[in-house]
Design a protein around this ligand. Structure first.
Ligand code: FAD
Length: 361
């Protein structure tokens, strides 16, 4: 920890990490009239959010309300109570249910932030009281990343590519899965195929899911004039004598730079999926970091620095698990979907064994 003087730059709020959390916080702070800087360790922006499906589960958000959803608070709370089995304090669940829609409203003030309901993408436990078979998830509308201009090359590539490119949405995946079974599924599949082909012909650079979400957020940040520094790794938290965090030290172009956050510092550095030591320490299954599908830069930096100042940790044994395969050592791992894309991937097929060679270690 270093002393609280000799700042190189000052902002009201310094945000560490350019995933969905960091960029959403930046847009919120900007709306509140604060000056903001986002710093990002990687060469590309978006974090694990860019690599994700980008499904957002916030009941009663403006997109759902516009589609006529009239969700009762009681049923949402009941569902969350059953899911979390008493492990999450009621106040925190209340805050999520009550403030989530307002947060989405605030973010949606930017013209770039457009979403749609992934109808049919069920809540994870629709069988529980309050669960919904048609789902409450929304997703960012597919986005032509050519609009990012020079920033397009700094967008993190997605690892959920299907043979048609990634610009099919979760809803398309669902419809493809239903194509064998229902006429509605076949119709939706034809529409998706037409949309994908017409975008190909027009040479659009369409992205969907988490990649579309962060591309849209990046556009909103640009409009708001919020700077985003890539290849800038936070290495230290700076504290006042009373222990308040007043800034950070980052490494930029090989040199330390001291950034003051007059109103605070927000750590949005993601998880620790690529820190083997922390995986061994916290995760019940351990697993190997080189199979993790999140951003490689997510090595728990914010967690460790926060812990060093006495921050409490919780849910360290919890993770968003998914089966993954990797074709060769050193290559990115890929997810094993359950839907029709299983046919196109190297994931084990039912009854036919695995087409993937186990990695050499
Ligand atoms: C394949 C996949 C699919 C998923 N699908 C979904 C889904 O559909 N819905 C859902 O809700 N969740 C999903 N998730 C989980 C979700 O992606 C994450 O929970 C979420 O993106 C975390 O957002 P974040 O902003 O906290 O972190 P991230 O998006 O990971 O951003 C953290 C950023 O901090 C940066 N960083 C780290 N350390 C430093 C440092 N020292 N200095 C500066 N920057 C630093 C990283 O480089 C990174 O860019 C999925 C995850 C994966 C891997």
């Amino acid at each position: 920890m270093s002393a609280e003087t000799g700042w190189d730059h000052e902002y009201d709020l310094v945000i560490v990490g350019s995933g969905g959390g960091g960029m959403a916080a930046a847009l919120t702070a900007h709306e509140e009239g604060l000056s903001v800087l986002v710093v990002e360790k990687g060469k590309k922006f978006g974090g694990s959010t860019a690599l994700s499906g980008g499904g957002i589960w916030i009941p009663n958000n403006p997109t759902l309300r516009a589609r006529g959803h009239d969700d009762s608070r009681e049923s949402i709370r009941r569902y969350l109570d059953l899911l979390t089995e008493g492990r999450v304090p009621a106040a925190r669940l209340d805050a999520y249910v009550d403030n989530g829609p307002a947060a989405m409203e605030l973010i949606s003030k930017s013209k770039w932030m457009q979403f749609f309901w992934t109808k049919g993408y069920a809540d994870y436990h629709p069988e529980l009281e309050g669960g919904r078979p048609l789902g409450r998830s929304i997703e960012a509308k597919p986005f032509d990343t050519r609009k990012l201009g020079d920033d397009e090359k700094y967008q993190r590539p997605n690892n959920m590519k299907g043979p048609l490119g990634l610009w099919i949405t979760s809803k398309d995946y669902h419809d493809l899965a239903m194509a064998k079974r229902t006429w509605a599924g076949r119709r939706a599949t034809m529409i998706a195929a037409w949309r994908v082909s017409s975008n190909m012909i027009r040479r659009r650079h369409m992205s969907t899911g988490g990649r579309a979400l962060v591309a849209r957020m990046r556009m909103a940040l640009k409009d708001a004039g919020i700077p985003l520094w890539l290849k800038t790794k936070m290495t230290e938290l700076v504290t006042a004598e009373d222990g308040t965090v007043t800034g950070i030290v980052v490494e930029r172009d090989g040199a330390p730079v001291r950034l003051r956050g007059r109103r605070g510092v927000l750590l949005a550095t993601g998880g620790f999926d690529h820190n083997q030591r922390m995986r061994d320490e916290y995760l019940p299954e351990g697993g190997r970091e080189d199979f993790a599908m999140g951003a490689r830069e997510n090595t728990g930096d914010g967690i460790r620095l926060g812990e060093g100042l006495g921050a409490a940790l919780d849910f360290m044994d919890d993770a968003w698990w998914m089966p993954a395969v990797r074709h060769r050592p050193g290559r990115r791992s890929r997810w094993c979907p359950n839907g029709p894309s299983r046919e196109w991937s190297s994931c084990p097929r039912r009854g036919s064994g695995s087409r993937t060679r186990p990695p050499r270690t």
